[in-house]
Design a protein around this ligand. Structure first.
Ligand code: ME8
Length: 631
């Protein structure tokens, strides 16, 4: 019988091509919050993070830096560990894919699959995206297709390769998704995975001969393992796959695997299929978050628009940044990074709502010579109502945390904080002369702060301890803390004066300068430049799926006296054909024709992202003749 009282959580392993940036920190903080929450629930926790150190992308970056790949990747590890420490990331193990133990685990795994026939040798011919280290599914016949994930240029490769029989697992995967609708959190993101698998899985090339920087393929050292086959295995080697069976059995399957939406396909399709082929259980949940954007673009190493967590730490401290990342960036959405918003949150939520509540309570108690708040025997109705509200908040917080809706958990906690502030004000304790009544108000507020202090610990571990220390609470991780917090209020509190928990931001900080280093707006263009782009209105007469692609629609668009045109558009996940047929849209008419999956696209349809990250097409308020230009 398995010990159910365990929680195994992982982050993606980050490409060791640069220092960690705010995006890498985001995933890692989310995993740390999940780990700490489960510690609060009294579980044994294993938290794995680390770095992805093989493959063509790393080899190229090392070459550019004029370094040996191993030395190159080694040079970033200190940075990762340093930043994780600054931000109180309490990981259990930091794994590197160049560690001999991991290399051995991958080779043994490949050997096993070779033996059971799930891996075979053949030849790969097609397109490859180096930045994403991915084989491009939509094969172009002549011209290079852009990567369907990142829209960057791809290279053509033609080489002998080992293949994993991914196609064999198509039906099993679909059944698994059906039986486990909450495998992917938030649930909505599972739809795109199902669509991808339903569109047909081809066997996956899992070795390269033209890349040298990788794990030698067992028995055929002309090949190295495909970097994703190598990287995904870290989740197993991190808990001693093929090394310590007992340890593996204790921790596997992972309870939660955190990642950005860019790498969902690898984790929700390839990874489960690898595990099925290995007769291992599948992870319980994948937590998939959106992107942090800067000036509307994904923050990424290759775009060079990253924000350094060290700068943020220097300006605001770890816990404020952790709070901002969790409360402001809803997991379900992409969000623009903004120092103004971060500073606003620090001043209002943290300094005003929470910090002031603590300061005022302690200052007032001390002013009235109350240093030890006694246990209260009989509570007033108002205090009992506050207690009820606290229990309801703990329950709500619990449910949101269990669903990994961390931003909702914080929202309900901050509603409670407002409620406590309102209680404190309505009682006007500064006017109370009756000692018992005064003690009661301070005690009810301290009990509330006790609840708040414990609940914010997963998100702001240092500030939580500081807060609890002010009210004399030391043991955060008592068994069953959550149940304890819901018990009838009967604590006494030893109050301590301390430093201010959070300072209001009076003057915007240095981060302004950091943001300004990057171009804040695109350079202007003149009218002639604009006039070069011919934007026309056309009606979509037909819309068909392109069979060789999981994204593309083939549109037949009527441009009136300028004729019909075939336009390909990669928007299948956002629209059904009937959403588009008969509608007028806006098209770039003079874009050079481009070939995709063997079909020519003679223009481009315009779309815009809505607040939910879905696309809306651009149209006219009233019907106009087809072929009319925008001006
Ligand atoms: O993909 N916003 O590594 P990677 C939010 N090595 N999160 C972001 C982000 C952004 N702008 N940019 C990056 C790899 N991330 C592979 C993973 S796992 C077996 C192998 C986060 O260094 C996000 O979680 O490109 C994304 O999935 C991860 O960093 C990718 O990091």
């Amino acid at each position: 019988m398995k010990d159910k009282n365990k929680f195994y959580v992982t982050t993606p392993i980050y490409y060791a091509t640069a220092r960690p940036h705010l995006g890498s920190l985001y995933s890692t903080v989310l995993a740390d919050i999940a780990a700490r929450w489960n510690k609060l629930l009294g579980k044994k926790v294993f938290f794995l993070t680390g770095t992805d150190e093989h493959g063509q992308k790393i080899a190229q970056a090392a070459q550019k830096a004029g370094m040996e790949p191993q030395k190159f990747v080694d040079s970033f590890i200190g940075d990762y560990k340093h930043i994780w420490k600054l931000y109180n990331i309490d990981y259990t193990r930091f794994i590197r894919t160049t560690e001999p133990e991991h290399v051995k685990a991958v080779q043994e795994w490949l050997t096993k699959l070779l033996k059971n026939g799930d891996i075979y040798k053949s030849k790969y011919e097609g397109w490859y995206c180096i930045p994403d280290e991915t084989f491009v599914v939509e094969k172009g016949d002549q011209e290079s297709p852009l990567c369907s994930m990142c829209s960057r240029a791809t290279i053509f490769i033609s080489e002998e390769s080992y293949f994993f029989k991914l196609s064999k697992y198509q039906d099993k995967l679909l059944k698994f998704y059906k039986d486990n609708p909450d495998f992917v959190l938030p649930k909505e993101r599972l739809n795109e995975v199902i669509k991808f698998v339903e569109s047909g899985l081809k066997d996956l090339s899992i070795s390269r001969t033209t890349v040298k920087w990788g794990i030698p393929f067992p028995g055929d050292e002309k090949h190295v393992a495909y970097v994703w086959a190598d990287a995904l295995l870290n989740y197993l080697s991190g808990v001693d796959y093929n090394k310590d069976q007992k340890n593996l059995e204790f921790w596997w399957p992972a309870d939660l695997q955190v990642m950005g939406k860019d790498i969902l396909r690898f984790h929700a399709v390839y990874w489960p299929a690898f595990l099925m082929a290995s007769n291992l259980e599948l992870p319980k949940h994948l937590l998939v978050h959106g992107w942090i954007k800067v000036n509307q673009q994904k923050m990424s190493k290759s775009l060079g628009n990253t924000i350094d967590p060290q700068d943020l730490y220097n300006a605001y401290g770890a816990d404020a940044v952790r709070y901002y990342l969790t409360s402001q960036l809803a997991i379900t959405h992409d969000a623009e990074f903004s120092t103004q918003e971060l500073e606003h949150r620090i001043s209002t939520d943290l300094a005003n709502d929470l910090g002031n509540l603590l300061n005022r309570t302690i200052a007032l108690a001390f002013k009235n010579d109350l240093f030890e708040v006694p246990e209260i025997k009989k509570w007033s109705i108002e205090a009992l109502e506050l207690y009820d509200y606290s229990v309801a908040t703990i329950n709500e917080y619990h449910d949101h945390m269990q669903n990994c809706s961390f931003h909702l958990a914080l929202a309900s906690l901050w509603k409670f904080i407002s409620r406590v502030n309102a209680y404190f004000h309505s009682q006007e304790p500064w006017k109370i002369t009756d000692k018992e009544k005064f003690n009661e108000v301070i005690s009810a507020t301290c009990h509330s702060l006790n609840v708040i202090g414990h609940l914010i610990w997963p998100v702001m571990p240092h500030k939580a301890i500081e807060l609890l220390d002010h009210i004399g609470q030391e043991d955060i991780l008592d068994d069953n803390v959550i149940q304890e917090l819901k018990k009838k209020w009967n604590n006494s509190f030893k109050l301590k004066k301390g430093t201010t928990l959070f300072q209001k931001i009076e003057e915007p900080k240095v981060m302004k300068e950091i943001e300004q280093e990057k171009p804040l707006s695109e350079p202007n263009i003149n009218f002639e430049d604009f006039a070069k782009v011919k934007l026309l209105v056309g009606t979509i007469e037909q819309c068909e799926e392109v069979p060789k692609s999981d994204k593309l629609y083939k549109l037949q668009v009527n441009f009136g006296d300028k004729g019909m045109r075939q336009i390909l558009s990669g928007v299948r996940q956002y629209f059904k054909p009937q959403d588009l047929i008969g509608k007028q849209g806006v098209f770039v008419f003079n874009l050079a024709p481009r070939k995709m999956v063997g079909l020519e696209s003679q223009g481009m349809m315009l779309f815009v992202e809505d607040a939910n990250g879905n696309l809306q097409f651009v149209t006219v308020a009233k019907e106009v003749p087809n072929g009319n230009p925008l001006r």
